[in-house]
Design a protein around this ligand. Structure first.
Ligand SMILES: *[C@@H]1O[C@H](CO)[C@@H](O)[C@H](O)[C@H]1NC(C)=O
Ligand SMILES: *[C@@H]1O[C@H](CO)[C@@H](O)[C@H](O)[C@H]1NC(C)=O
Length: 691
């Protein structure tokens, strides 16, 4: 009897080159108030509310023998330690189904989301150490998205297509790009990748399940003056795509069955600020090679296409969404068919030695990886966020964590200076062990082949040309039809800053100063992914590699939590202190204010701090928008730290095509008693008419 079953299944699946596919989305929003954001490393850029919620989007592919998960998260990057926590939780939920080998997690690189979730000391400096509630929000949300994908698994097909968005990115270090050999540059029309790759997931009966679009752009349309949690340009593009398909099920963000990720790729030197840099306030041009200004009072800053950062975010998001949507509808796509193989290996970068052929001389020599170090231009920041890390050795700053350790900074050894040359070393992070590792030495490397496609999960920000070289090497090693069949998944599994080409490294701009393992960081990666490809080809598993340090107990945290909340004299929590106007016109903006507790008391995952509600035909209130919508802003304001009082503003941009009717605004908060208990409350505005 038993042998009959496979025969029956084969017959059913005839005509469908099916994989089992699962998709899932979950809220991962971090603590939205008073936690510094990860990205610009600007200690004053702390959260004070939400513009758009953060989500993790998971995709599971199984070919009957092997399985993989790809997760794209609205956050700065993925880190080794956070991924290990996710794997631990998946292990207890599913046993050995998901492990270090087959789970690939990539960050979108938004610079407007809470930090403090990476373990390496330098990345948590800005948030005054580790922030446990950020870490917990991300870990629990990512796991929830994978569990949802797991539970939704169904037979379906994968298709691949591509498209082009020419006016949504520019190179922010064009003079470094020009250091690459002219014959290599001649193969490419632009100094950034304008082409995106898309994978579409369709259920066997034709119903859309999900889509991943990889387009190279920094999620820095929102600049370092923004204090509202935001998934930035790519996050909003995801919301637009999901709304388009989910509208027949729900209008609520993050709630529908269809999941659309815009995932990061070789965005290292790629800016969304397409109007380019200029000196502000004078308006003079910046020095191109140095990104400096003649006038000392000026800063060289790049601007987006819009008149402010919100408009720029919307313009970039809309451009990439529209092209991605066209590609989605385009029937000119190829079905992805064939075997699935995925391999993973941890690599200790400072220990690596590989051959390198100098393109200028044709001579081959052995080169090596260096202990991590950051160069001087790292402190200067980029034109997307200038002067970000502008404290140097010995400088006293407003950052208490930094001040407490400046005496303990290690000087670079002679060996490090030679290895990292020509980088002038600002921080010899690889020599610094107090209080624990400053930057990773052991990184995760991972490669998957799905039929005619491959995804290389890389532990940082590859520049445009680094990504192109990686795609060429992997395509050749796997014998794929061309580099366009290789996807570089950026900021994936481990964060180890930037990866420039050796030629770009010589110019020592920001990206090169932040290429931490020295001039041949890329050379080592090209060899490593070639090795991984060989394992895929010969079907054996690579050794796991060294285990990254996992010491949670010594993590420092100086960021204070919430002490207590008070409503203030003669006021109560949730009381509406600024009511909406009685009647409101489409296309205008309203603001409603409430007495509040601290938003960190309860992050309301899968819920919302606010709802815009319309009185429906059955006299029932229906939710029209939440804090995850573009049209709303949830803004928290401290009134007095001593008294523990605060207020929130709820801002709603009434859409031009709003459904007329009777509306109200509700606010959901939680306040903390001095002895620690937390109590929920709800505020509600007066009703108002919208026409
Ligand atoms: C950020 O954008 C705002 C407009 O939204 C602009 O006024 C400000 O100058 C920008 N700041 C930086 C540092 O880019
Ligand atoms: C598979 O390829 C790797 C990398 O080249 C090599 O080290 C390994 O010995 C190969 N294994 C087999 C079984 O051929």
């Amino acid at each position: 009897m038993a042998f009959l079953i496979p025969l029956v299944l084969t017959a059913l699946a005839a005509g469908c080159q099916c994989y089992k596919i699962g998709v899932g989305i979950a809220d991962i929003t971090g603590p939205p108030a008073e936690v510094p954001f990860m990205g610009y490393a600007h200690p004053k850029q702390k959260g004070s509310g939400i513009h758009m919620r953060q989500f993790a989007r998971s995709f599971i592919i199984d070919n009957g023998g092997k399985r993989m998960v790809f997760v794209s998260c609205d956050m700065g990057m993925m880190g080794t330690f956070l991924r290990m926590e996710v794997l631990k939780r998946l292990q207890s939920e599913f046993g050995g189904v998901y492990d270090v080998n087959n789970v690939m997690i990539s960050g979108t690189h938004t610079h407007s989301t809470p930090g403090g979730f990476l373990k390496d000391f330098i990345f948590d400096l800005n948030s005054f150490g580790f922030v446990r509630d950020t870490f917990e929000s991300y870990a629990s949300g990512i796991v929830r998205s994978i569990v949802r994908a797991h539970k939704s698994m169904t037979e379906g097909q994968i298709f691949t297509t591509s498209g082009e968005v020419v006016d949504a990115n520019i190179n922010r270090s064009p003079t470094s790009y020009l250091r690459n050999p002219p014959q290599e540059r001649a193969k490419y029309k632009y100094d950034t990748d304008k082409t995106f790759t898309q994978l579409k997931f369709i259920r066997k009966d034709g119903r859309p399940l999900g889509v991943i679009t990889w387009y190279a752009v920094h999620a820095t349309s929102m600049n370092n003056t923004n204090h509202l949690v935001s998934s930035d340009n790519v996050g909003y593009a995801s919301v637009l795509f999901e709304k388009k398909i989910n509208s027949k099920y729900t209008s609520l963000v993050g709630k529908g069955p269809f999941v659309a990720a815009f995932a990061s790729t070789n965005l290292g030197d790629v800016s969304p600020n397409t109007a380019g840099p200029r000196c502000v306030p004078s308006g003079a041009p910046c020095d191109e090679a140095m990104s400096t200004c003649k006038d000392k009072n000026d800063a060289c800053i790049a601007f987006g296409p819009g008149s402010d950062m919100f408009e720029s975010t919307k313009i970039i998001a809309t451009k990439i969404f529209e092209k991605a949507w066209q590609a989605w509808k385009n029937a000119d796509h190829a079905e992805v068919t064939g075997d699935l193989s995925i391999v993973h290996q941890y690599v200790n970068m400072p220990g690596q030695k590989v051959p390198w052929t100098n393109p200028a001389t044709g001579e081959t020599i052995m080169v090596k990886g260096c202990k991590p170090a950051m160069g001087y231009s790292f402190a200067a920041g980029t034109t997307d966020g200038p002067g970000a890390f502008s404290f140097k050795q010995g400088t006293i700053t407003t950052n208490p964590l930094w001040n407490s350790i400046t005496d303990l900074l290690a000087a670079p050894t002679q060996e490090m200076i030679e290895c990292q040359a020509p980088k002038p070393i600002l921080l010899a992070t690889g020599e610094m062990t107090f209080p624990f590792e400053w930057q990773p030495s052991i990184v995760s490397t991972q490669l998957v082949r799905i039929g005619q496609m491959a995804i290389a999960c890389v532990p940082g920000e590859f520049t445009t040309m680094s990504g192109r070289r990686m795609r060429n090497v992997v395509a050749k090693a796997l014998d794929l039809s061309g580099p366009e069949n290789v996807i570089v998944a950026g900021l994936c599994n481990t964060y180890s800053d930037y990866i420039t080409t050796p030629e770009e490294y010589a110019a020592q701009r920001y990206e090169a100063a932040s290429t931490i393992f020295g001039p041949h960081t890329l050379t080592i990666y090209l060899q490593q992914y070639k090795n991984l490809a060989a394992y895929i080809t010969n079907g054996s598993a690579p050794a796991p590699g060294p285990t990254p340090p996992d010491s949670f107990s010594d993590v420092i945290s100086l960021l204070p939590g919430v002490v207590f909340d008070s409503a203030g004299w003669n006021r109560e929590f949730g009381q509406c202190v600024a009511q909406p106007p009685q009647s409101v016109k489409a296309g205008t903006q309203i603001t409603v204010s409430f007495v509040s507790g601290h938003p960190r008391n309860n992050i309301r995952h899968e819920g919302s701090y606010l709802s815009i509600e319309r009185l429906g035909d059955g006299n029932q209130w229906e939710i029209v928008a939440t804090d995850a919508d573009w049209e709303t802003r949830f803004i928290w304001r401290r009134l007095s730290s001593i008294m523990g009082t605060s207020e929130v503003d709820i801002v709603w941009d009434v859409p031009a095509d709003v459904k007329p009717g009777t509306y109200r605004v509700r606010y959901f908060g939680s306040h903390k008693y001095i002895y620690g208990a937390i109590k929920n409350y709800v505020g509600v505005s007066e009703t108002f008419s919208v026409s």
